[in-house]
Design a protein around this ligand. Structure first.
Ligand SMILES: Nc1ncnc2c1ncn2[C@@H]1O[C@H](COP(=O)(O)OP(=O)(O)OP(=O)(O)O)[C@@H](O)[C@H]1O
Ligand SMILES: [Mg+2]
Length: 456
């Protein structure tokens, strides 16, 4: 404990504030001693926080662990503020800030950057994230980050076609300071895929949350047990890569204080329409930045060709990333040039670009871009798949069409065409535009074309 006069003045400032806090909380010194977990006695409390306001506090610096923290905890206990609550965390955080600002040593147990209570394994972010500032702003607002006292915030769904960057956006968001500040218990993350092992995934969460599910086999009851456990906590719950709403419901365990974020390719009922956020392709500049980060030589060599390539990929982050990684492996300038031209001119080359780390639902080995996009096509009925394949003919710019146009092409009634188009839209394969025209992403048109070539 320091004894110099400046230190004495700040000690008095700290003790005045602490006394003020004690009085505001309506707590007496006797209660502090009673609830101080044996760390506080009459003489320490009486010396530092005398009952009479004009009594002089000693010019010694109060130790955080032996005095300030036990006083705060005792006050919170007397007020029945739960240890799990955000209010508890907020009070402690504010005092830690104040204590360190006055010159105290930041307590070890709350050093900045300490891991939050629960984080689940998530895909790695291996390169710079480009664009997305406005998406992040919108998501912070929808999830009401920065509003710790908001309750029952509706879940938010990130929706968009394969490879558009939904998972990436969810990861970037979950690492933001706004999440840590608003949801101090941490992030619960699960990536489902088309056929999730629900039982094992619930087990993983239970282990992290230290909940014993051993006696329970039924997944609904297991989920309910987790829900009870996190009811008063403040988590960001991310249920990534949802293909069936029924799967997602097992992981919808947040209480009123938590916030939930889903990602999915499909239109479904995971959140109210006002809380569905459509993820768009990258801005051209951001797409070129991503390509430059991954394959600087290719962009340096021929910027116009690089821009063409981004346009051919229609600014889909997954396409740009796989092209960038592929180009980065070629070191000979002539070969880089040929590779770029090949990717611009030949749709088979684009669709064959490999994702080395695999894809949930497709296995761990390298999987081609086409197969990743095609996961959504595989979910169509045979007839709808055939009709989807036909849409490749609309592959030229501007790649939009009306129901009447496709009905003629499919040789069916407009009602039937509406049904099919609606199924395609539900799977995230086509999108309705403002003027009742429908749009399909360039890489999906490539995929449709390739599929048509394989059909009898
Ligand atoms: N904003 C971005 N900046 C840089 N790279 C990005 C960005 N968004 C996505 N990517 C890259 O593109 C790849 C595909 O993105 P992501 O996995 O997030 O797509 P998705 O929409 O979740 O696809 P799926 O529907 O298949 O789950 C990622 O591996 C990531 O590396
Ligand atoms: Mg994803």
């Amino acid at each position: 404990m320091a004894k110099d006069s400046a230190r004495g003045a700040t000690a008095r400032e700290l003790l005045d504030a602490l006394r003020h806090y004690r009085d505001g909380a309506g707590v007496t010194n006797a209660q502090l001693v009673k609830h101080g977990d044996g760390l506080l006695n009459d003489s320490t409390v009486g010396r530092y926080l005398p009952v009479r306001r004009d009594a002089v506090s000693p010019g010694t610096w109060p130790d955080w662990t032996r005095f300030v923290e036990p006083v705060l905890l005792a006050c919170l206990k007397v007020q029945k503020i739960s240890e799990q609550s955000l209010e508890h965390r907020r009070v402690m955080d504010e005092w830690i800030e104040f204590y360190t600002r006055l010159g105290g040593v930041r307590p070890q147990s709350v050093a900045p950057g300490q891991p939050r209570l629960v984080t689940m394994p998530r895909p790695d972010l291996r390169h710079r994230i480009v664009g997305r500032d406005s998406a992040l702003r919108a998501l912070r607002k929808l999830l009401r980050l920065g509003e710790p006292n908001a309750t029952n915030v509706p879940p938010v769904t990130l929706r968009g076609l394969g490879g558009i960057g939904k998972t990436t956006l969810a990861m970037v968001l979950s690492d933001e300071r706004a999440v840590t500040d608003t949801l101090p218990d941490g992030v619960l993350w699960v990536s489902l895929g088309p056929k999730p092992p629900i039982h094992a995934l619930l087990d993983q969460w239970a282990r992290r949350l230290e909940v014993d599910l051993l006696g329970e086999e039924d997944n609904g009851a297991r989920s309910e047990q987790l829900r009870k456990n996190v009811r008063d906590r403040h988590y960001l719950i991310v249920v990534d890569d949802v293909w069936e709403p029924a799967h997602a419901r097992y992981f919808d365990i947040g209480g009123p204080w938590s916030r939930t974020l889903y990602t999915t390719r499909e239109i479904n009922v995971l959140s109210p329409p006002s809380h569905a956020y459509p993820v768009d392709v990258l801005e051209p500049g951001a797409a070129l930045d991503l390509l430059t980060d991954l394959a600087p030589e290719a962009v340096e060599q021929d910027r116009t060709a690089a821009e063409d390539l981004c346009r051919r990929m229609e600014y889909l982050p997954l396409g740009i990333k796989l092209a960038g990684l592929d180009l980065a492996m070629a070191v000979v300038p002539g070969r880089i040039r040929r590779l770029v031209q090949g990717l611009i001119e030949e749709s088979e080359r684009r669709l064959a670009l490999p994702q080395e780390e695999g894809r949930l639902g497709l296995g761990d080995g390298p999987v081609p871009l086409g197969a990743i996009l095609g996961m959504s096509v595989d979910r169509l009925s045979d007839e709808d798949r055939e009709r989807f394949a036909d849409l490749g003919v609309f592959g030229g710019e501007p790649r939009t069409w009306t129901i009447r146009m496709v009905a003629e092409f499919w040789e069916c009634s407009e009602e039937e065409a509406e049904d099919t188009v609606s199924n395609l839209a539900r799977r995230g394969l086509v999108e309705r535009q403002a003027d009742d025209r429908y749009w399909m992403h360039a890489l999906l048109a490539d995929y449709a074309d390739a599929l048509a070539g394989q059909m009898p």
